[in-house]
Design a protein around this ligand. Structure first.
Ligand code: NAI
Length: 324
């Protein structure tokens, strides 16, 4: 029988964790023929709740689930891990300055990066979901010098899927008709969902909608969807975030011709090398590649640059705090 793939999930007792773990155990993360072993990392006060979730996982009798481990020790959680989903993070609290937020998350993602460096399997792939996701991924990566830098990624797939859904609704087409959607930049309100390369029925999406809708409705709706969900649900997106994490890892492992992911920049499209920024990407042979050669017009350039500028500021802030 195939050796199980070890998948570590941090923040396992949180709401995204609850929506994510069952789908991983059912085979949706890696494929319906790949056995998995789950490792749940939580803070000590939430270990008991994670144990409760593990009881429910047991009660599903998933054929592909070969074991569950629960711990508050990152060195245990990441030992031999092949996939790490870093979901647990420090949320912004009322009155918290950006520096406080970055510092609190540096205290989580620095040690977790080191634990990955020291304990994970050679083929480790890391997806950071916990916000600020791009910069948390950078912090973890910088504490893992022995892991290839490209294995650290951050999630903009939820933004990508939101963009698909908004455009499909506007044009009254199935989402499957839309190709080449791209989210650029930071997973934040400055992100840029790009319709100038997206295609619907083989034609450029931006040419099938009016400019005012694109600028004043589409872009802000996608960028602020997280806040709209909180407003409606009274809690932040969880099932859709878990779904996007599944999509990201599945495509990374199994390949795709085009999606969006925040990966370390090689300098493409004027994004400073090393920043973990969202790009149009393909996945081939288990590696992300930035799709090259797209023409960027002035409208897009301005918006990509603004989001990348924010990422540079976050990187400089964590540098100044000594977190990387
Ligand atoms: P939640 O608050 O329900 O759960 C977070 C869990 O992480 C808690 O159980 C907490 O105990 C745990 N945790 C905190 N510090 C930890 C540590 N050092 N090690 C292990 N576990 C730790 O939050 P939820 O709703 O599950 O969201 C998690 C994160 O995902 C948040 O940062 C949220 O902003 C982010 N998010 C990102 C999205 C994206 O598109 N990138 C979309 C939606 C949410």
């Amino acid at each position: 029988a195939q050796t199980p793939v070890k998948v570590t999930v941090t923040g396992a007792a949180g709401q995204i964790g609850y929506a994510l773990l069952f789908r991983i155990a059912s085979g949706q993360l890696l494929g319906a023929d790949v056995p998995v072993k789950l490792s749940l990392l939580e803070v000590p006060q939430a270990v008991k709740a994670a144990e409760g979730t593990a009881m429910e996982l047991d009660d599903c009798a998933f054929p592909l689930l070969s074991g569950i481990e629960i711990t508050d020790d990152p060195n245990v959680a990441f030992a031999g891990a092949n996939v790490a989903l870093l979901v647990g993070a420090m949320p912004r609290k009322a009155g918290m300055e950006r520096g406080d937020l970055l510092e609190a998350n540096g205290g989580i993602f620095g040690p977790q990066g080191k634990a990955i460096n020291d304990n994970a399997a050679d083929d480790i792939r890391v997806l950071v979901v916990g916000n600020p996701a791009n910069t948390n991924a950078l912090i973890a990566q910088q504490h893992a010098p022995d892991v290839p830098a490209e294995r650290f990624t951050a999630m903009t797939r939820l933004d990508h899927n939101r963009a698909l859904s908004q455009l499909a609704a506007k044009l009254q087409v199935p989402v499957t008709e839309i190709k080449k959607m791209t989210i650029w930049g930071n997973h934040s309100a400055t992100q840029y969902p790009d319709l100038f390369h997206a295609e619907v029925g083989g034609k450029i999406a931006a040419e099938q909608v009016d400019e005012a809708w694109l600028r004043d409705t589409f872009i802000p709706t996608v960028a602020k969807r997280g806040a709209a969900i909180i407003e409606a649900r009274g809690a932040s997106s969880a099932a859709s975030a878990a779904n996007a994490a599944i999509d990201h890892v599945f495509d990374w492992v199994n390949g795709t011709e085009w999606t969006s992911a925040a990966i370390p920049s090689d300098g493409s499209y004027g994004v400073p090398e090393g920043l973990i920024s969202s790009f149009p990407v393909a996945s081939r042979g288990g590696r992300w590649e930035i799709i090259q050669g797209l023409e960027i017009d002035a409208f897009s350039r301005e918006r990509i640059d603004a989001s990348v500028r924010e990422l540079v500021e976050e990187r400089d802030a964590v540098r100044a705090l000594g977190l990387i």
